[in-house]
Ligand binder design. Structure first.
Ligand code: SIN
Length: 536
């Protein structure tokens, strides 16, 4: 086998909760796993930034009650099968993997008899059922998972490796006859190795895409830099089905400092009592949702903030923590307190300026409850996938749970297929061709890349943002398509690099969101076409 072709049983692209869980569970089933990330360290993920928590089970909770809350937030267009699957299985996996096996450092009720786990609440939940670890839940889960993976000798973690393309039999076999086979088969991925500056083919019996969402195609987002929908674009190009791409969830509260990157202020802060007010001091949520007020579903709170900002010509609204959250705020929300303090706001004393920002993609690569996509041999787990769980709007703190649950069951499914010899023969694997570098002529120009990104991010924010309109979407599509033609030429003429791959994929995922939004005339959940209305 040539130097630029490697082979493994299971290739996992992405190291957040979904990818890392898949890797760990598959490895424990005796499968050889190669786990890749384009980052310099596997913990650099969106999971690592998750503050609020992970849904578990509250007192007098039941799968039926959780199901009801998820569907109410999702505006009724959720997959019932996915909702029931998560509501039944999710909390069991939290207990088995995170509590009993990895001993994640969740917060306990201090002074309670058996130091029971504390449970908090977020928007649209009927009861307290969310496990948390102060305001760094994601970080604690992520580091426990990566540490466990490092103890497995059948897991190879490769950093500085950007996936370029999914390998399929029809597209990449040297055997012409493979082109005519009706059902295609995924056989791994082409991966750009940053240090070597070359593309390797990593062949795999099963491939899992776990690359997260696409928050960074918006100028304002809560996402890690560089999360631009690569996995979705690659899966689509390979022939897998992608759905619900118009449903981009905007988180209502991110810290507003002009000119600075947005920083998430967890919904758990409102779960603990904080309230939103406009600059005139009016607690406005009661006008939009008199029953749930500040703990209304996320799409409603975002829309209400947007409306208040427009109506009052204000650049932000305020989150009043000091007057409404009891107990030790600094202990409960250390990261948020520290970040705000560094920017000159003491949240224990004064209100925090907040604005909504792009937060989560509810659509993605269509999968079943085992994480299987419509392309044989290819799985997708976590935010990159669309299980149908979230419908038109995700319920708070279900994202870590979905990543964990689908990561777990996808791994079990792959292991079962490998153990029962549902595998591709070596002679078929051997037909995969090496990556063919095109004869590149132009030198990469960082100024062109930066300018293209500015245009994409601004177009998405202004035309495909919180509130959309037919004319804005039309203009966005024209602009993005025009830009794509230029970027495609650039991609063909410039030596491959991680920045070029990212731009090429980011433009395509922006177009996918815009096309889906243009095709859906119904204002529902986080696809908002008409502006929100006050209820009283
Ligand atoms: C938050 O802490 O508000 C984010 C949690 C989530 O997105 O579910």
């Amino acid at each position: 086998m040539s130097r630029s072709i490697k082979q493994t049983e299971c290739l996992i692209i992405g190291t957040g909760i979904a990818g890392a869980t898949s890797a760990l569970v598959a490895a424990k089933e005796g499968i050889n796993v190669t786990l890749i990330t384009k980052r310099s360290h596997p913990t650099i993920t969106n999971t690592n930034l998750a503050q609020g928590g992970i849904v578990y089970k509250g007192e007098s909770d039941s799968p039926q009650l959780l199901k009801k809350d998820i569907i109410r937030a999702g505006r009724g267009i959720n997959s019932i099968e996915a909702v029931e699957f998560l509501s039944e299985k999710g909390p069991q996996i939290v207990k088995e993997l995170l509590i009993d096996e990895l001993h994640v450092n969740f917060t306990h009720i201090r002074g309670s008899e058996d130091e029971a786990l504390d449970l908090t609440r977020e928007g649209a939940h009927s009861i307290n059922r969310i496990l948390y670890s102060a305001d760094h839940t994601g970080k604690d889960i992520e580091s426990a998972l990566i540490a466990a993976l490092q103890r497995q000798d059948n897991v190879e973690v490769i950093t500085g490796a950007t996936a370029v393309d999914i390998i399929t039999l029809q597209h990449h076999s040297k055997n012409i006859q493979s082109r005519y086979v009706l059902g295609d088969r995924c056989l791994g991925a082409y991966v750009f190795m940053h240090e070597e500056k070359e593309v390797a083919a990593i062949l795999a019996q099963y491939t899992v895409i776990a690359t997260g969402g696409l928050g960074d195609i918006y100028i304002h987002s809560t996402s890690e830099k560089g999360i631009v929908g690569d996995g979705i674009v690659m899966a689509k190009r390979a022939g897998a089905r992608v759905i619900n791409m118009e449903f981009i969830q905007f988180h209502p509260t991110t810290f507003y400092v002009p000119g600075k990157r947005r920083f998430l202020i967890s919904e758990a802060v409102r779960g603990e009592g904080a309230r939103l007010k406009n600059l005139r001091g009016e607690y406005f949520m009661e006008r939009y949702n008199p029953q749930l007020k500040d703990l209304a579903p996320r799409d409603e709170v975002t829309a209400a903030i947007w409306m208040e900002m427009i109506k009052n010509k204000q650049e932000y609204v305020l989150l009043d923590v000091a007057n409404h959250v009891h107990g030790n705020i600094e202990e409960r929300f250390p990261t948020i307190c520290r970040t705000c303090k560094d920017a000159g706001i003491d949240i224990t004393n004064e209100p925090v300026p907040v604005v909504p920002a792009a937060h989560y993609l509810c659509g993605g690569i269509h999968v079943n409850t085992q994480g299987r996509t419509t392309l044989n041999g290819l799985y997708a787990v976590g935010e990159v996938s669309c299980t149908g769980l979230h419908g038109a709007n995700r319920l708070a703190s279900t994202s870590l749970l979905e990543g964990l649950t689908w990561g777990y069951f996808a791994a079990k499914d792959m292991a079962w297929r490998i153990h029962t010899k549902e595998i591709v023969e070596q002679k078929t694997m051997n037909t995969v061709r090496e990556w063919i570098p095109t004869r590149k002529v132009e030198k990469e120009d960082p100024a062109l890349i930066a300018q293209d990104w500015m245009m994409i991010k601004n177009t998405m924010w202004n035309y495909v943002g919180i509130v959309r309109s037919r004319s804005r979407l039309k203009r966005a599509l024209e602009d993005l398509r025009h830009m794509y033609l230029r970027i495609e030429d650039f991609y063909k003429e410039t030596p491959i690099s991680k920045d070029i791959i990212s731009l090429f994929h980011g433009t395509q995922s922006a177009i996918m969101v815009t096309v889906a939004a243009s095709r859906n005339n119904k204002s529902i959940g986080c696809h908002m076409i008409s502006p929100p209305a006050e209820k009283s």
